[in-house]
Design a protein around this ligand. Structure first.
Ligand SMILES: N[C@@H](CCC(=O)N[C@@H](CS)C(=O)NCC(=O)O)C(=O)O
Length: 244
């Protein structure tokens, strides 16, 4: 009989909606949901991620004091294994829970991930980052503003120029469509990148879209209207049941 005791504790980043909104955590959550692995979530406010994970013994072999603690992080309860970094966690889940399989890499998947990052990445980030702060609690807002503004070198609000935003999306439209078409390479076999079953690349795409949907429905509508992006998102909806 299948156990319903959590096998995994998933550390996620908190927001005021009390659901997962991190694109990177969504990749792992998709794997857990798709593989039907019992898990529970611990949501951490942005400023608490580092101190909490450090206190729990994550990253003990971490090099140097500037080590960055991030979510997703998991504890595999049966073996008390603690892991950070989505790629490492995905490999662990795939080898520990191989059924149903989730292909982690493929030539086509790599091509799509690289091109999606290159084509949509900057426009997407400029639309999403200044709005992300709106779904954070006050202490997380303060942390987010301080760390992100240090990174980009100006105020978050400076990214929010609606005319410029419109122009940026328009300028990328053909290239976004082209990446979306590559996502449909195996459409004769099914809606996913590799055809009838999801791979990690599908979770990469759908996780990014679900993240932006929690942050701003308008930006989500803008990207999901592109074939490929919208198709994969829809196909992954059945694995979005558990969001917290
Ligand atoms: N390379 C990491 C990146 C994860 C990441 O950037 N996570 C963000 C949340 S979306 C985080 O934990 N940030 C902590 C912080 O900003 O202090 C992975 O793939 O897991």
């Amino acid at each position: 009989m299948a156990t319903t005791e959590p096998q995994i504790v998933l550390y996620d980043v908190a927001c005021i909606k009390n659901v997962c909104f991190s694109p990177v955590v969504w990749r792992i959550r998709f794997m857990l949901n798709y593989k039907n692995i019992p898990y529970r979530t611990v949501f951490l406010e942005f400023p608490d991620i580092g101190p909490t994970l450090k206190g729990l013994g994550f990253g003990e072999s971490a090099p140097g004091p500037n080590y960055k603690y991030t979510v997703p992080a998991i504890q595999h309860v049966p073996t008390d294994t603690r892991l950070m970094e989505s790629a490492t966690i995905a490999e662990f889940l795939e080898s520990t829970y191989p059924d149903p399989p989730v292909p982690l890499t493929s030539e086509l998947g790599r091509q799509i991930e690289d091109q999606a990052r290159a084509v949509v990445g900057k426009t997407f980030q400029a639309s999403v980052m200044p709005r992300e702060i709106n779904i954070l609690s006050p202490p997380a807002q303060e942390y987010f503003r301080r760390t992100r503004e240090a990174l980009i070198g100006h105020r978050l609000e400076d990214l929010l120029d609606l005319d410029k935003e419109e122009q940026s999306w328009d300028a990328q439209a053909d290239r976004i469509s082209a990446v979306g078409e590559i996502m449909r390479t195996n459409k004769a076999d099914g809606p996913f990148v590799l055809g009838s079953r999801p791979s990690y690349t599908d979770f990469f795409i759908a996780g990014s879209l679900q993240s932006v949907r929690e942050i701003d429905e308008g930006v989500f509508q803008r990207i999901s209207k592109y074939p490929g992006f919208g198709d994969i998102y829809e196909a992954c909806v059945p694995f979005m049941g558990k969001r917290d």
